[in-house]
Design a protein around this ligand. Structure first.
Ligand code: ARG
Length: 539
């Protein structure tokens, strides 16, 4: 068991001895914000005392009297209004490193109660190139999936692609009138985008085109053979492009059930909602009102439009139902940009009224925008949205130029591979590092810098550590490291202790990432880790 867990367990027992009625689930031990005061801290006693109108320092003294951690910690200190500060004995830290080196753990513990989590992320729209807005959902979602899996949770990833909706009316009109097969073959996404733009512009000026698009949409929805065939071709072509991007970013999904997958379920849901009095008619449309919800009072969810078409929210209700039936998750997480906050508030509220008995936790993990260096939404020089594929190309190209300049002697394919690893790593890391809810400025210079909290810096530190292993002939396999590790570990120099203690907190960071859906905690942890390692190495 990791030392902080041992401290926490014993602290809970001591609290129970002093306050038998206390709920000890809030008795937590966390890293001290300032190492001056110790390695770990607990502030739980203060609120327990407050709730009982007791003197917190007295409660702290009573608990400490019952608490025996002398085998692993220096004497426990009571600070301020009743904080407990713990400092690990160097021997305790060494013991934990030794057990890690012997393969007993990697500084984290699997969740004692594994959860099933459905993660809905990336979810681009068919017939539109993936753009820079999808990058955040894709990268944040994939990181959350990795962390949750590492902690032992069962994660089901589902790419909820936008493969249904009103845009297909215009797309089909464009396809029937203007399709250039050769252009489609050369660059399918660009051609589909062109077709959409053409008929969108035409419907703006000519009501007859708009009406034509509406009819084509109705035909598609009613199962017209030709329209279905065109629609299927658009999906297949788009999927090829999505898969290319996912392949480059090394991202996989367990499922890709697009919006269209839920078609058959939409009418029965609306009927059921009406029958239960949850939905009602309003100006020809069917809405779910939220009169008793102060935030949503003015924003009922529309589940069926006056022309009979269903909405994004209707599909999402059907999607929740399907996921519950299929995977029985404890939690469903949606990763999208912040502009969809209202949609998810409505969705969750409507779902709770529809299924008040459901225990599933629903979380909207939203993020801010990517801005250009001018502080405005990130665009290309000619003012268009930045396509994800082009962005990845540019990252690799920029790094390739730097590598070629610095190491012209390396063979070309090796330079390409380095450029790929560093370029894509830099893009991913730049996206994970900021607080996800703030907008961030996309800056090549910043993300590719060799110093500071960047991917190249971390990759450099990592490469250097590997090279030490190589020189020590320790790189052959992890197994040789484990079995050869017979000698004792002595932690004497402060840099050694600092590095070792930082390693001990890896699991706490992973848990915080999973609880708050914030991969940036892990970025900062790794940045500090690289710094502590460098100080250790230099000294
Ligand atoms: N396709 C949507 C978009 O590009 C995102 C879908 C998010 N997931 C969901 N279940 N609504 O904005």
């Amino acid at each position: 068991m990791l030392p902080h867990k041992t401290i926490e367990d014993r602290l809970k027992t001591a609290v129970k001895a002093v306050l038998p009625d206390a709920d000890t689930s809030s008795v937590l031990v966390r890293p001290c914000p300032d190492p001056k005061f110790g390695d770990y801290q607990s502030n739980a006693l203060m609120s327990l005392a407050k709730a009982r109108k007791m003197n917190p320092r007295q409660v702290a003294a009573d608990v400490v009297a019952k608490l025996d951690v002398s085998d692993i910690c220096e004497p426990v200190e009571i600070a301020g209004a009743g904080f407990l500060n713990f400092r690990l004995k160097p021997g305790t830290v060494a013991e934990a490193l030794k057990s890690a080196a012997c393969g007993a753990h990697l500084f984290f513990e699997k969740a004692s109660r594994p959860r099933t989590v459905v993660l809905d992320f990336s979810s681009p729209n068919v017939a539109k190139p993936m753009h820079v807005g999808h990058i955040r959902s894709t990268i944040l979602g994939d990181s959350l999936a990795a962390v949750l899996r590492l902690l032992g949770h069962k994660v089901v990833t589902d790419n909820h692609i936008g493969d249904w909706g009103t845009q297909f009316g215009k797309l089909i009109v464009g396809w029937k009138r203007h399709l250039d097969r050769a252009a489609l073959k050369a660059d399918p996404m660009a051609e589909m985008e062109r077709l959409y733009k053409l008929s969108n512009a035409a419907s703006d000026t000519d009501p007859a085109v708009l009406e034509y698009a509406r009819q084509e949409l109705v035909k598609l929805q009613q199962g017209d053979e030709e329209n279905l065939r065109i629609w299927r071709e658009m999906i297949a072509l788009s999927q090829v492009q999505f898969d290319t991007v996912y392949g480059r970013l090394d991202i996989k999904f367990d499922h890709t059930f697009g919006e269209s997958f839920y078609n058959e379920r939409l009418q029965p849901i609306v009927d059921e909602l009406r029958q239960k009095g949850i939905a009602r008619e309003s100006e020809g449309a069917i809405i779910v009102p939220f009169e008793d919800n102060p935030q949503l009072k003015k924003n009922p969810a529309i589940v069926q439009k006056s022309d009979g078409a269903f909405n994004y929210a209707t599909t999402d209700l059907a999607t929740i139902a399907y996921r519950l039936e299929t995977w029985h998750p404890n939690e469903i997480i949606y990763v999208t940009d912040g502009r969809q906050q209202l949609h998810f508030q409505q969705l969750f509220a409507a779902f709770r009224r529809w299924h008040p008995e459901a225990k599933v936790k629903l979380a909207h993990v939203w993020f801010g925008s990517i801005l250009g260096e001018d502080g405005k939404p990130f665009k290309t020089r000619s003012g268009e949205v930045v396509k994800l594929a082009n962005l990845l190309d540019e990252a690799e190209e920029r790094v390739f130029n730097v590598v070629s300049e610095k190491s012209p002697e390396l063979p070309g394919d090796q330079r390409r591979e380095i450029a790929r690893v560093i370029g894509l790593g830099a893009i991913k890391y730049a996206d994970l590092l900021p607080n996800r809810q703030s907008d961030y400025v996309f800056s090549w210079d910043k993300m590719l810098a060799l110093h500071g909290n960047t991917a190249p810096y971390l990759q450099y530190a990592y490469a250097r550590i590997r090279s030490i292993f190589r020189k020590g002939s320790l790189e052959s396999s992890d197994q040789s490291l484990i079995t050869n590790h017979q000698s004792p570990i002595t932690l004497a120099a402060p840099q050694e202790l600092t590095l070792a203690k930082h390693l001990l907190n890896f699991g706490l960071i992973l848990e915080a990432v999973a609880d708050e859906y914030r991969p940036n905690f892990l970025c900062n942890y790794l940045y500090d880790l690289a710094g502590h390692f460098t100080a250790f190495y230099q000294n």
